[in-house]
Design a protein around this ligand. Structure first.
Ligand SMILES: Nc1nc2c(ncn2[C@@H]2O[C@H](COP(=O)(O)OP(=O)(O)OP(=O)(O)O)[C@@H](O)[C@H]2O)c(=O)[nH]1
Length: 200
C-alpha cells in the first residue's frame, strides 16, 4: 500500500544566526522540533525528522520519532537535500514539509494547508499576505528527478524549484490563528518567550 502523505521536519540546518541548534530551543517549555511534530503528526501517515549526523544522538535521546540524516552526497545543501532524503525514504505520494524553527505553528494551520493539496499541482505552499513559505507545504514525489538535478548542479534554492514546477500558493486570509503562526526563528533574541539551548 502506498501511503498518501509523509511528513518531513527539517532540522539539519547550522543555526549560525541563532547560535545553538534551533530544534532544541524551547518556547513555553517545549522544544521547537516538538512543536513541529505536534502540528504535523495528525495530518500524515508517517513522520520523519531529517537532520544532520551531528544532531542524531541528541534527537534519539529526546524523541521516539523516526530520525534520518540528509543523504551524504547532498549534505550541507540545505532544505532541498532534506526533502530529497525523505522522498527517497518514503513511498508516500506527497511529502509535507515543515521547518523545526516555527514554534508558533499549529495543528489547525497544517490541517488547513493539507486541505488545499491537489494532485493536479506538483507543489502546494503557503503564501500568506504574499509571503511565500517554501518550507511549509507539500511536494509530490513526481518531482524528485528535478530536485536531484538541482542538487547535482549545486543549485539548491527552493525558489528555483518553485519556478520549474506547477505550484499552488495558498493565500487564504482566514488562515491565521495568530499573526506569528508562520514566524520562523533566525535569531535567539527575537521573542521573550524563547529559551535557547545555551540558557537551559
Ligand atoms: N535536513 C536539513 N534541514 C535543513 C538544512 N538547512 C536548513 N535546514 C532546516 O531548514 C529550516 C530553515 O533553515 P535556515 O534558518 O534557513 O538555516 P539554518 O542553517 O538552520 O540557520 P542559519 O545557519 O542561521 O542560516 C530549519 O528548520 C533548518 O533546520 C539542511 O541542510 N538539511
Amino acid at each position: 500500500m502506498v501511503n498518501r502523505m509523509a511528513g518531513a521536519i527539517l532540522a539539519g540546518g547550522e543555526s549560525r544566526r541563532f547560535g545553538s541548534p534551533k530544534a532544541f530551543a524551547k518556547q513555553n517549555g517545549v522544544y521547537f522540533f516538538q512543536r513541529a511534530v505536534e502540528a504535523l503528526r495528525p495530518s500524515v501517515e508517517e513522520l520523519y525528522i531529517v537532520s544532520h549526523p551531528t544532531l542524531l544522538a541528541r534527537f534519539q535521546q529526546e524523541t521516539n520519532e523516526k530520525i534520518i540524516v540528509d543523504a551524504e552526497k547532498y549534505r550541507g545543501q540545505g532544505p532541498l537535500a532534506g526533502i530529497y532524503t525523505v522522498m527517497k525514504q518514503t513511498e508516500a505520494d506527497w511529502v509535507f514539509v515543515l521547518p523545526c524553527d516555527m514554534p508558533y505553528i499549529t495543528e489547525r494551520t497544517i490541517r488547513q494547508m493539507v486541505s488545499y493539496i491537489d494532485d493536479s499541482f506538483d507543489i502546494v505552499v503557503s503564501a500568506h499576505f504574499g509571503r511565500v513559505q517554501p518550507l511549509v507545504g507539500a511536494y509530490h514525489r513526481r518531482i524528485i528527478d528535478d530536485i536531484e538535478q538541482l542538487l547535482m548542479a549545486g543549485n539548491n534554492r527552493m525558489f528555483v524549484l518553485l519556478e520549474k514546477r506547477s505550484v499552488r500558493y495558498v493565500n487564504d486570509t482566514d488562515f491565521y490563528e495568530e499573526p506569528r503562526v508562520f514566524y520562523n526563528m533566525n535569531y535567539a533574541t527575537e521573542y521573550g518567550d524563547i529559551v535557547t539551548e545555551k540558557e537551559l
